[in-house]
Design a protein around this ligand. Sequence first.
Ligand code: CYC
Length: 202
Amino acid sequence: MTLSALDPDIATLGRWLAGDFSNWEQAIDNPPLYAHIRVGMRPLPAFDRQDGSLWMYVEQAYDYMLDRPYRSAVLHIFRQGDRLEIANHRLREPEAFWGASRDRDRLAQLQPDGIERLCGCNMHVERTPNHSFVGTVEPGKQCFVFRNGKQTYLHSEFEVRQDLFISLDRGYDVDTDERVWGSLAGPFYFVKKTCFAEEVPA
Ligand code: CYC
C-alpha cells in the first residue's frame, strides 16, 4: 500500500511546526511578564495519512516542569479550499503521554481512538507572501475553556516561520467579554531549538 503524498503547503507548515521550541530569550528579557515555556510539536506516526493531511502531537510546559505539561493536544492539519485548517483534539489520557514530544517511541503508542475532537476550536490558516503561515481560531466564540472558575471562550492567533513560532492565546468571559486568562503583555516568541522536520513524511 502506498501512502498518498502530503499536500505541499501542509508539508511545509508541518515541517516548520515540528520541533522543540523555547521562549528563553523573551523570558530572560522580561522576567515578570514571560515565564520560560517550552512547546514540543511532532508528527504522529500511527495516524492515517491517506488524504494528504498531517497529524501532530503538541505539548506546552513550563521549562522547570517539562514532564508535567499544562496543555497537550493533537493537531490535524488538513486543506479546506484555499486555506488550511487545524482541528484541535484532546487526549483521553493526557498523563500517559506527558513528555512524549521528546520520546518518539512513546509517541508511536498514541492511537486514533485515544483522542477526541474539540468543537469550535479549529484554527483557520493562510500562507503569507513573507514565508510564514498565520492562523486564528474559527469565528463564533465557540472554543470554550473553563478556567479561573469561569466559562471563557478562546481567542488565539499564531504565526509560524521556518524557525519561529509566535502565539497568543487568551480567554474571555462568555457573558462580559472581559479577559480572564492569557498573556497580559502580548505574544510568546518561541524559537526552534531542536528540529523534527525530517520526521514529516515526504
Ligand atoms: C488553549 N490553545 C488553546 C486552545 C487552542 C490553542 C486551540 C483551546 C483548545 C484546547 O484547550 O486545547 C492554540 N491550537 C492553538 C494554536 C494552534 C492550534 C496556537 C496552532 C498550532 O492548533 N498558550 C500559549 C502560551 C500559553 C498558552 C504559551 C500562555 C497563555 O501559546 C496557554 N492555551 C493556553 C492555555 C489554554 C490554551 C492555558 C487552555 C487550556 C485549558 O485550560 O484547557
